[in-house]
Design a protein around this ligand. Structure first.
Ligand SMILES: [Fe+2]
Length: 293
């Protein structure tokens, strides 16, 4: 199952939105129990097998470079030390979902907020809120890649602009279809880079191998016009050409595209295909149809 994400920034009642630092807490690494480290190990080992040949090279390199492994729940201090040397990013602990403004501010200053709690063994297959496995295993490895690191900072800055323009909903779709559920076209074939996929064993296989979903070439405006599912596997996955191309399409000031989106007010449903789409796979939508009957 996919996870509802922090992209919509549900306020949690703690912290002051105008000061993002008030959302940052101590990770409390020494408080993790043996049972919690064991849950991490189980999740890590299971996912390591499944992502072989499916995750993009840059993700696997990031895991290695940041010493994210099965031994223990990563200590953010250690991870951040390595990450800072590579791209200037750091991982900061938060207690749960945070509002849009502090979330975008953190990203714009190269701080990635990660939940400091881990799911229980009973929740091993599904947890609604992003926990440390989703946030650190899923998101952090790519922050070691210089181009993706720049993209995430640009996204944070784009978020601050979106708050001014009232286009956060559109920008959240960009995060959803790239950072959470993005695919990338490589010389070896289509691979996964989205954290929502890479932290889910079922969706890792579904996203690449199921005939059900559409897989279409990434286009910034099209993505921002496309609704998504929060409660289940995606009906459409966007495939980027490269991280360079993703960054090129998004680094500029978002203001002109926000203006176009408002004027055109085009909306696509999660399963729609459009005339201009570059189609990698035209999905049968069989999975969604069965689920909806
Ligand atoms: Fe996430």
């Amino acid at each position: 199952m996919s996870k509802p994400e922090r992209v919509t920034g549900n306020p949690t009642g703690f912290g002051n939105p105008d000061n993002f630092m008030t959302y940052i807490v101590n990770q409390g690494w020494n408080n993790y129990t043996t049972a919690e480290h064991d849950v991490w190990r189980s999740l890590f080992n299971r996912q390591r097998e499944i992502i072989k040949g499916r995750a993009c090279r840059e993700f696997l390199e990031g895991l290695e470079a940041l010493n994210i492994d099965e031994n223990q729940i990563p200590n953010f201090e250690d991870t951040s030390k390595l990450l800072k040397q590579k791209t200037g990013w750091e991982v900061v602990a938060v207690e749960g979902l945070i509002p849009d403004l502090p979330f975008f501010k953190m990203l714009s200053e190269r701080k990635f907020p990660a939940g400091n709690f881990i799911r229980t063994r009973e929740q091993i297959d599904y947890i609604e809120e992003p926990d440390i496995f989703h946030d650190v295993f899923g998101h952090v490895p790519l922050l070691a890649n210089p181009i993706f690191a720049d993209y995430m900072e640009a996204y944070g800055k784009g978020g601050l602009r979106a708050l001014e323009f009232g286009t956060v909903k559109n920008l959240a779709r960009l995060y959803w279809y790239t950072v959470e559920f993005g695919l990338i076209n490589t010389a070896e074939g289509v691979r996964i880079f989205g954290a929502g996929i890479l932290s889910s064993p079922g969706e890792t296989i579904f996203a690449l191998e199921s005939p059900s979903p559409n897989r279409i070439g990434f286009d910034l405006k099209r993505t921002m016009q496309t609704n998504y599912r929060v409660d289940d596997y995606q009906q459409t996955y966007m495939v980027i050409d490269s991280f360079e191309d993703l960054f090129k399409q998004t680094y500029a000031d978002f203001a002109p595209i926000y203006g176009e989106l408002k004027n055109e007010s085009v909306e696509y449903s999660p399963e729609d295909l459009a005339k201009q789409d570059q189609i990698f796979t035209k999905g049968t939508q069989e999975y969604a149809k069965i689920k909806n009957t």
